[in-house]
Design a protein around this ligand. Structure first.
Ligand code: VAH
Length: 320
């Protein structure tokens, strides 16, 4: 193991988990980062660059088996049902999100794991929360089951740190934009889908209103954020619910305007679906000054640099 702690990444076929697995392998060595999957097969790159295990996160026993067999010392727990899908089956979203987190925290307690990373979300906020520069401490009355599970998850993480000393660390991610894995069932997925549709068809039907402004972050910053927080000295991690983090805010119309610099003929129409109600309940911008002060959070990508990087990566790949 070369003195590097062995890491398990759950949700390794998801939007963040798939790229986080590869980033952790680049940082700590492929053999030290185990990709945990459930039903979907991992990407070829994940298959090729390190160990993959199948685990049922609804079973504490199965999770404990995987953790002990792999001599795992750290867990990045990314598996979850996202906001859009969560509203189609709220009870499944609750059971999946809370059941798996409780099992991870229980395993961390009983096996005395070194650290756990678990992503919260801006989904914890609701329509009664101030929507501009949403504060770190404020009203959290979410109207999505995804958000309810994230508020409860933050309270559970804080409890396990306070009562048992489990070193669990969390951030409230905004919408994440990525070039490698399509997201599944999120309210912010339009900001990823639009690149694929624009570069292949020159048109896109957006499921949010053109003025639906939301906090967002590009995947390289999302990955750096998780690893930076996990590597921070214990004394610098002053919150054990979750830190607000963000990199930019934009509405679909602003993203379209920036994307038209590369796809001038792009045609977009706006047909809001049920996810608009979720977006309307979320912040339009976040105050993430505590994360910046406590452990040096500092994103690198803004809207122009993110759009350029996404187009540069996807255009060659999608060219027929
Ligand atoms: C979702 N992508 O849309 C996730 C994220 C802030 C949004 O939590 O559900």
């Amino acid at each position: 193991m070369g003195g590097v702690s062995s890491i398990l990444v759950t949700g390794a076929t998801g939007q963040i988990g798939s790229e986080l697995t590869l980033a952790l392998r680049r940082r700590y060595g492929g053999e030290n980062v185990v990709a945990a999957i459930h039903s979907r097969p991992p990407s070829e790159q994940i298959q090729r660059t390190g160990p993959v295990v199948k685990v049922d996160l609804s079973s504490e026993e199965d999770l404990t088996r995987v953790l002990t067999e792999g001599d795992i010392r750290q867990v990045y727990h990314l598996a979850a049902v996202l906001s859009g899908i969560g509203e189609r089956d709220p009870q499944l979203a609750w059971r999946t999100n809370m059941g798996s987190l409780l099992n991870v925290l229980e395993a961390a307690r009983k096996l005395d794991l070194e650290k756990v990373f678990w992503p919260s979300s801006i989904g914890v906020f609701g329509p009664t929360t101030p929507r501009e520069r949403t504060p770190q401490d404020t009203v959290m009355l979410p109207t999505s089951m995804y958000g309810v599970s994230k508020v409860a998850g933050e309270l559970l993480c804080n409890y396990y740190f306070t009562k048992y000393g489990v070193d669990v660390r969390s951030v409230r991610y905004p919408g994440i934009i990525s070039s490698e894995t399509l997201p599944g069932g999120g309210t912010t997925d339009y900001a990823v889908e639009i690149f694929y549709e624009a570069l292949t068809k020159g048109r896109y039907t957006c499921f949010l209103r053109e003025d639906a402004r939301l906090p967002m972050m590009y995947m390289p910053d999302c990955l750096d954020c998780a690893m930076h927080l996990m590597e921070a000295p214990m004394a610098k991690v002053k919150r054990r619910d979750a830190y607000n983090v963000t990199a930019m805010s934009f509405a679909p119309a602003e993203l379209v305007q920036e994307l038209r610099r590369y796809v001038p003929e792009l045609k977009v129409d706006y047909v809001p679906d049920q996810r608009q109600a979720i977006a309307d309940s979320w912040p339009m911008s976040l105050d993430d000054s505590e994360a910046r002060k406590d452990w040096g959070w500092s994103p690198k990508f803004d809207l122009p640099t993110m759009v350029k990087d996404m187009v540069d990566r996807l255009r060659p790949r999608l060219r027929k």
